[in-house]
Structures are given as structure tokens and as C-alpha cells.
Design a protein around this ligand. Sequence first.
Ligand code: PNS
Length: 160
Amino acid sequence: MRKALYPGSFDPITKGHLDIIVRSHAIVDHLTVAVLENPRKQSAFTVGERLEMLKRCTEKYPGIEVDYFSGLLIEYVKRKGISIVIKGLRAISDFEFEFQMALVNRKLNPDVETLFMMTNSKYSYLSSSIVKEIADFGGDISSLVPPEVHDLIVRKFPRD
Ligand code: PNS
């Protein structure tokens, strides 16, 4: 059984993330989408809120599990019996850091493969930071995030 992990901060999930999730789900038998609980990184959304958003967006796809982890990714995949890690690439600028992480993870466990999936070109400019910035200034994020989570995100950035 091909079991894969798509890890990330998902702070919040975007249409770009969901596109990678759906396309990954189509080529593996079981996909775990996991939020990194990282006390060193300031997040707009709690881990609970990020899990709720991921669940809302993925509940119609059988074979997708939503989870969270802390610590090293390679330890988490070992515990879960997962041997494929999927990362999305938007631009060359993503590549250098992702390449380094893939090599570090391979050093830590050579049995785990990192697969890079190219973003859908229509989302190549999109990131969670962009969504937060637009929402914070009261802009329209409806074309950037899945409809299931739109209101939840907007409510996080109240306008006076
Ligand atoms: O959505 P992001 O913030 O780009 O996701 C990054 C993530 C969570 C995939 C990455 O930071 C990660 O795997 N962190 C876990 C710690 C780890 O294993 N680091 C690699 C070895 S240094």
C-alpha cells in the first residue's frame, strides 16, 4: 500500500494546497495531511483551527487522513509507517530550501522518498502569507481559499 504524507503549516490552507492534496490523493492509496505544531513559529490559526479547516476541505475524499505532529518529520513518518513525503513546488525560489530539507530527511532515513509536485500554474503566486495579508486589509480572498474555510478565515481578521 502506497502511503504518503503531505506536511505543512497550513496557516491557513489555500486553493494551492488543496490542489496538491487532491492530485496527490489520486496517485497514492492513502494520504495523510499533517499540520506541524511548531512553538517556534508564530501562527495566525491554532493547530485546532488548521485541522478543522483541513477536515472541512478533505472530508469528501475517502483515504485522506488529517493529523498533526511536532518534532522531526522523519520520526513522524516512521511512527505512521509512511515512506513517501510529498512537497509542493511553486517556483525556483522554493526549490533551494526544499531540496536541502529533502536531502536532510534522506540522510536521517534513506528509506523515505520526497516527491515534488509542481503547483498548478494558476496558483503559483499563492501562499498562506498572501492570504493573511489580503484578509488583514479587508480584501477579497474568495478566489484564493476553498469556500469551505472562507468565512472562518475572514472572521480571524475582523474589521472595525
Ligand atoms: O508549510 P511549510 O511551513 O512550508 O511546512 C514546512 C514543514 C512543516 C514541512 C517543515 O518545516 C518540516 O518538515 N518541519 C518538521 C521538522 C523537520 O523534520 N525538519 C527537517 C529536518 S531539519
